[in-house]
Design a protein around this ligand. Structure first.
Ligand SMILES: *Cc1c(COP(=O)(O)O)cnc(C)c1O
Length: 468
């Protein structure tokens, strides 16, 4: 009898001949389509074997439409848009900083056409790709020159290599940090060929500690911003200006890894103690290093600003070829930096700055608006709004939170983790927080144009209760 049931199934060729499957040939290779047909038929055979009725599912057109579904799912891009409802503004797993519209457009244009990446349009001769950003970084930081590589980790390696290969680099024990993703200062130091010379203690380092460590084999003095942790209590560190004076006295370059690369003062958002690139140059640092995709809000990059002679040497290092930025990133960085030449414009256009600067009152209104929409979804048992805290993230400002508003939702017949899973797998994907059996949607990191998409995503996630 079950043999009979098997015989009811269409053959691979029957399904391949179906109109719906023929149409797939426009977008998909033949072997992929055949694979999907086989997979669908095999899942129907499994069903029969398990004694589950396949009535209505074995008709050719029905199988054909499932094949189309399966292929569409299988061939989805691996990288997809995610609505960030976590409240973490710089979420490294979500690509850190979204870039400004102008920057995204610049990257798009750079990607799809030829451009003067290494060509001087006036002379028609070869030029440097770093020209795309050099002038802007100099204007914004007050540095003599600047260059950029793939990220701040690469910047640190190439700077230490150029400046202090085979020589000692003096650094405070309190600054021997790990950023995450295996970026540890001692490891970076050894990769670069510089020799770590740690001074002081975890909580106290004095100028005299640096002074005593300076000898004939000293290559540089290094300061690293402890971006992702804070020591409080009985602490003492040396001001950059003092370190710079000491370096000058001994003819040693002073390197300042400021991490996040703020180009505006973050005190305006209520954040204290975040170093600003311009202030480091003004305090006398010879080279300042920072990320492009943290508080700067641009594409992933490591920016090196400082003395011309050092920048020239860095650009001549063979590693520069391995670390250099691609045309799309350079175009996006060029556009982002140009926005900062008008601070008002940067505050309005750079997404990270806009998200950090959204007034609490506005967040509350948006939470209320979203909650109202969500209350129209019958499968939600509860929708509430409440004040909460959001974080900058991305290893920046670890001890400083900011107020935010969230919408908490709970489904009537789905667990919190099941709802979270469905939202992650939806289109667009949504990443939220779980807390006390509820899903927490933080408005701080949800773009205004995504509000309704998010509501629809929740509706869809709950509508598919019977499927899958
Ligand atoms: C984040 C950070 C780095 C690493 O920067 P990436 O751009 O992520 O490579 C290096 N140093 C400090 C102080 C940082 O905060």
């Amino acid at each position: 009898m079950s043999d009979n049931l098997f015989r009811q199934l269409p053959s691979v060729n029957d399904v391949l001949a179906a109109e719906g499957v023929q149409a797939l040939a426009r977008d998909h290779a033949h072997d992929l389509i055949v694979g999907a047909v086989r997979a669908e038929l095999s899942s129907l055979r499994d069903q029969i074997r398990q004694g589950i009725p396949v009535d209505g599912q074995s008709a050719v057109e029905v199988v054909a439409s499932r094949v189309a579904c399966r292929l569409g799912h299988e061939m989805q891009p691996k990288l997809r848009t995610v609505i960030n409802a976590t409240g973490i503004v710089l979420h490294t797993n979500l690509g850190r900083s979204p870039v400004a519209e102008d920057a995204a457009k610049a990257a798009y244009e750079a990607a799809r056409s030829y451009l003067n990446l290494e060509l001087d349009l006036e002379t028609g001769k070869r030029s440097s790709r770093q020209i795309a950003i050099r002038e802007w970084v100099c204007r914004l930081t007050g540095a003599e020159s600047a260059t950029a590589v793939n990220n701040n980790a690469a910047a640190t390696v190439i700077v230490l290599r150029t400046v202090a290969q085979g020589k000692e680099v003096v650094i405070s024990r309190g600054q021997l940090i790990e950023i995450g993703g295996s970026f540890r200062i001692p490891d970076i130091m050894s990769v670069s060929g510089a020799i770590l010379r740690e001074v002081g203690t975890t909580n106290i380092t004095r100028l005299s500690d640096y002074q005593r460590a300076i000898g004939p084999n000293t290559g540089a003095l290094l300061q690293v911003h402890s971006s992702n942790y804070r020591i409080s209590g009985f602490t003492k560190s040396v001001a950059l200006s003092e370190l710079a004076a000491l370096g000058k006295k001994h003819g040693l370059p002073v390197i300042d890894d400021i991490g996040s690369g703020a180009l505006v003062d973050f005190a305006r958002f209520g954040f204290q103690g975040e170093p600003v690139a311009r202030a480091s140059i003004a305090a006398g640092a010879d080279l300042v290093l920072f990320s492009g995709d943290k508080l700067l809000g641009g594409p992933q990059a490591g920016i090196i600003a400082g003395r011309k002679e050092w920048i020239q040497k860095i650009e001549k290092d063979p590693l520069m070829r391995a670390f250099r930025l691609d045309k799309m990133t350079l175009a996006a960085l060029d556009a982002t930096l140009r926005l900062y030449l008008n601070e008002e414009l940067a505050l309005r256009e750079v997404p990270v700055l806009r998200l950090l600067g959204t007034p609490l009152k506005e967040l509350r209104q948006r939470a209320e608006r979203m909650a109202e929409q969500l209350r129209g979804i019958p499968a939600l048992a509860s929708v509430e709004i409440t004040e909460d805290v959001a974080y900058v993230g991305g290893g920046s400002l670890p001890d400083q939170s900011m107020k935010s508003w969230v919408v908490e939702i709970e489904a009537s017949s789905l667990s919190d983790s099941e709802l979270a899973l469905r939202l992650r797998l939806g289109t667009p994907a949504v990443m939220a927080r779980l807390r006390g059996g509820k899903l927490v949607l933080d408005v701080r990191t949800i773009f205004e144009h995504q509000e309704m998409l998010l509501v629809e995503a929740v509706r869809k996630a709950l509508a598919t209760t019977e499927n899958q």
